[in-house]
Design a protein around this ligand. Structure first.
Ligand SMILES: Nc1ncnc2c1ncn2[C@@H]1O[C@H](COP(=O)(O)OP(=O)(O)OP(=O)(O)O)[C@@H](O)[C@H]1O
Length: 328
């Protein structure tokens, strides 16, 4: 017979208009009923699912109604969250194999979350992304939203804290209520503003209190949303924080393979067949994905402005060296 988890999973999938998942859970209930000897009920359930699937097929998809998620945060939330609806994909990112495998695993667990929940477990959904600027943390949050067809809500913590020092905990509560109500990816960018040890030592104790509230909210949260905290400064994060996340994912400056992939993707609209990649890679050493992207865009624009269709290695190298100089 159906367990409480099955009923909850059925309601969730119905609310999200995810028919495939709804039918899959119904079939699990049927299988369980059959195992327990309720064969007539199991057969009836399977017939109902088959009929519903046939009806759904006959109905053009454009005419079927799907629930609409909240589009823009309103009221008090409006100042706390900014909404986006990314179309980006993980496949569009240049990632090393280990990082790609970790992100794929999150997506797999998210896509199969009802099955995982039906077995009394939780999918990976509280993520801490750490690493230098421009290495793809924000892009990953957007691509998770794109892959899972959910909105991306970004919370700028530094702004939140300086603006509403006395009320931050109350604001955080509002944010966690939204997390519970609307399945989406919630990105707490610049997370170190809240989680830093410096913050913990804050004399007034205010930020410490806020951090404690955040940790409590995070711990209590059993929603279907994905919570992503991102920071460039993991070394200043309070160690206690790390274990509150399901997954701590480390971002690094790109390896040569990844750097070349970023360059090739960024230059793909022009002819890069004569680029000397080893020279370009030398010039790209130590640069982030973001720096390399910008240098490639600069070199591509130069080519376009000069009515060239081909990327010139010297110009690309110069653009990369300029990016490096900008950091010194
Ligand atoms: N893995 C990647 N593959 C391709 N492009 C990337 C990748 N990572 C970053 N980029 C490029 O760099 C830009 C900035 O990256 P992003 O904002 O994701 O970095 P970040 O790690 O969040 O940086 P910050 O910590 O400064 O917020 C992206 O818009 C994208 O153009």
């Amino acid at each position: 017979m159906a367990t409480a988890d099955h009923v909850k999973a059925l309601i969730r999938s119905h609310a999200e208009g995810d028919d495939e998942r709804f039918y899959a859970i119904a079939m699990q209930v049927a299988a369980q009923a059959a195992r327990q000897g309720h064969t007539k009920f199991a057969q009836e359930l399977r017939n109902l699912v088959d009929q519903a699937k046939l009806r759904a097929k006959a109905e053009p998809s454009g005419q079927r109604t799907k629930p609409v998620p909240i589009i823009q945060p309103r009221g008090e939330l409006a100042g706390l969250l900014s909404a986006a609806f990314p179309k980006s994909r993980i496949a569009d990112m240049a990632l090393d194999d280990a990082l790609r495998a970790r992100i794929d695993r999150i997506l797999l667990e998210q896509r199969q979350r009802e099955t995982i929940r039906a077995h009394g477990m939780s999918p990976l959904r509280k993520l801490l992304l750490v690493g230098p600027p421009g290495t793809g943390k924000t892009t990953t949050a957007a691509a998770l939203a794109g892959e899972l067809s959910t909105p991306l809500f970004t919370i700028q913590l530094d702004g939140l804290i300086t603006k509403y020092l006395g009320e931050t905990a109350a604001k955080l509560r509002l944010i966690f209520e939204a997390i519970q109500q609307t399945r989406a990816v919630y990105l707490f960018d610049e997370f170190d503003a809240l989680g830093g040890e410096r913050a913990a030592r804050n004399e007034v104790g205010e930020i410490r209190r806020v951090l404690n509230s955040f940790l409590q909210f995070l711990e209590q949260d059993d929603s279907d949303s994905i919570i992503v905290a991102a920071t460039n400064h993991p070394q200043i994060l309070d160690r206690a924080l790390f274990r509150r996340f399901d997954s701590v994912i480390e971002y690094r400056l790109p390896s040569e393979n990844v750097a070349e992939e970023v360059m090739r993707a960024r230059l793909s609209l022009l002819d890069a067949s004569e680029v000397n990649w080893s020279e370009a890679l030398d010039a790209a050493k130590g640069l982030s994905h973001s720096d390399i992207t910008r240098a490639c865009e600069h070199a591509a624009k130069n080519a376009i402005l000069q009515h060239h269709t081909r990327i010139d290695t010297a110009e690309l190298v110069e653009a990369l060296i300029e990016r490096r100089a900008a950091h010194q």
